[in-house]
Design a protein around this ligand. Structure first.
Ligand SMILES: *[C@@H]1O[C@H](CO)[C@@H](O)[C@H](O)[C@H]1NC(C)=O
Ligand SMILES: *[C@@H]1O[C@H](CO)[C@@H](O)[C@H](O)[C@H]1NC(C)=O
Ligand SMILES: [Zn+2]
Length: 376
């Protein structure tokens, strides 16, 4: 009689993620999976595709930049009469959370830009999964608590300095219910432009600020930053990082338009106007702010162009419908919230500064920071 030999092998539990494989179009289908590609979602023709415009602002929200936001973006509507969208990538330090509450309650999108916004680029380059839990995963809780906005309204991420952290930020996003990243510029796939895609499979996107993710991170979306071209035809990810720029309002308007037209008359990949507020401030660069307003006035009157919150683009890509149908859809909604305002001086343990916090909650014991997002 044969005796069975039982081989006992030692299984080592590992948290290592699998290397992403080349994308399999048959296996990777909407709404939850999309290969990185310049093809229009749903196989739509360009003329039937809504042209989305993403105006986004980075960094702390404060009493200075809120004036520009109120002036430039409040009370704008798209041609289908839905309120125009804008996304704010907000970092914690010096942010006035009462004003974040105001932006949210005007229907704009609040997204993450880290707790520390550390200026040391190497820190981000080498950041571990645990670092990014403190920077992003815990920032969801922090933002929601101090601005009094719903946790599940926070879906997006932009990394400081657009410095990729390899797999780490994306793996944290998957584990903390964050849906899309908008930190990853493309220089080579701008005409036609790269559409949003998921990280189930290997990305074909050019990696401008390595390390880029190579692990499979199912269900997490990349909203590529399709770069602009400046007057010398050099690429820029953020409008305020373009080097060769004009000096008059009219020329700025033309520069914006020429970059927009590459999308609008091309494959209609979402067009980004990614900027920091100071660059369009009336008393810094009045001609840029005025050119932007002219551009927004123009597109807000085009029947197939929509200025939206970034998460609306991801929603559309998941369920693409032709522009005529899209324009009939109900406008986005949000759950309105109140702000019970408090202003408090709070000492920080990490640098011994005293910060004046403006929040919609009770005053924290210490200044909230990495590892202690609520300042308890
Ligand atoms: C990302 O994960 C893949 C698969 O585990 C690995 O090969 C790669 O080295 C990781 N990238 C970084 C920057 O750690
Ligand atoms: C920058 O961050 C890296 C990684 O965290 C650290 O090793 C290095 O000392 C930091 N450099 C400075 C100048 O703070
Ligand atoms: Zn920033």
């Amino acid at each position: 009689m044969r005796s069975a030999i039982v081989l006992v092998s030692l299984f080592v539990l590992t948290v290592a993620q699998e290397l992403a494989e080349p994308c399999d179009e048959e296996a990777c289908k909407l709404p939850d999976c999309r290969c990185s590609s310049t093809s229009i979602p749903g196989g739509l023709a360009a003329r039937d595709t809504p042209q989305f415009v993403l105006l986004t602002f980075d960094d702390a929200v404060n009493i200075i930049n809120i004036e520009t936001y109120r002036d430039v973006i409040y009370n704008r509507r798209n041609s289908n009469s839905c309120p125009a969208g804008v996304t704010f990538y907000v970092n914690h330090e010096y942010t006035d959370y009462q004003l974040v509450n105001e932006l949210y309650n005007h229907g704009f999108e609040i997204a993450l830009h880290s707790v520390s916004h550390m200026t040391n680029q190497t820190y981000w380059q080498e950041a571990s999964y645990d670092d990014m839990v403190q920077e992003l995963g815990e920032q969801v809780v922090q933002m929601s608590h101090f601005a009094n906005i719903p946790t599940d309204s926070i879906k997006g991420v932009r990394l400081p300095f657009l410095q990729m952290t390899g797999n780490a930020s994306f793996q944290v996003m998957a584990d903390y219910n964050l849906e899309y990243d908008c930190s990853w510029p493309t220089v080579s796939q701008i005409n036609p432009g790269l559409w949003p895609y998921t990280l189930d499979y290997a990305s074909t996107q050019d990696c401008i600020i390595p390390p880029c993710p190579t692990a499979s991170v199912p269900g997490v979306w990349v909203l590529p930053m399709v770069t602009w071209r400046d007057l010398n035809n050099n690429p820029c990810s953020m409008v305020d990082s373009c080097l060769a720029v004009p000096s008059t309002e009219e020329e700025w308007f033309q520069l914006i338009l020429s970059n927009f037209e590459r999308h609008y008359f091309g494959n209609r990949a979402p067009f980004g106007f990614y900027i920091h507020e100071w660059y369009i401030r009336e008393n810094v660069n009045p001609h840029v702010g005025r050119a932007l307003k002219r551009f927004l006035d123009l597109i807000n009157n085009l029947y197939d162009v929509f200025m939206v919150n970034s998460q609306e683009v991801i929603d559309w890509v998941k369920n693409p419908v032709p522009v005529n149908e899209y324009a009939q859809q109900p406008c986005r909604t949000y759950v309105p919230t109140m702000c019970a305002p408090a202003t408090c001086p709070v000492a920080a343990e990490h640098n011994l500064n005293v910060y004046w916090m403006s929040i919609c909650n009770v005053c924290p014991r210490v200044y909230p920071w990495l590892g202690n997002p609520l300042g308890q």
